[in-house]
Design a protein around this ligand. Structure first.
Ligand code: AMP
Length: 116
């Protein structure tokens, strides 16, 4: 497995330090090392799937857990009322770099448009 596949497993295991925001039985959430907004937290299922499509096919309950954890993160970060964006980058054109599916939770300020 390449580093880009194992990075988040090593973070979840505590082998690589991270700033934890939330954790439950099936998910782990921590601050992005290169934040793209005032609040930028990654929500990662502890079990690894390559991307959103694989996760949705193989384990819809775990996908629901990730969505619930993203909501919890928004509440903990105080952005549930002001609004936030949840992004799953998938493969090349979206610029996915870590092939362990994760939700980006972005907010804490007015976000720009996205797309091209
Ligand atoms: P993506 O490009 O959607 O695959 O997102 C991967 C994200 O992981 C990027 O936003 C990176 O900034 C973030 N990242 C990479 N390494 C770390 C790390 N050690 N701790 C926290 N975030 C990281």
């Amino acid at each position: 497995m390449s580093d880009a596949e194992t990075l988040f497993e090593r973070i979840i295991a505590g082998e690589i330090p991270s700033e934890k925001v939330y954790e439950d039985e099936t998910t782990y959430a921590f601050r992005d090392i290169a934040p793209q907004a005032r609040v930028h937290v990654l929500v990662v299922p502890k079990k690894r799937y390559r991307n959103l499509a694989d996760l949705a096919s193989a384990d819809p309950q775990l996908l629901a857990d990730v969505a619930a954890a993203a909501k919890k993160v928004a509440e903990l970060e105080g952005i549930a009322e002001t609004g936030y964006r949840v992004v799953f980058n998938t493969d090349r054109d979206a610029g996915q770099t870590v092939f362990h599916v994760h939700a980006h939770v972005l907010g804490g300020e007015q976000l720009g448009h996205f797309g091209r």
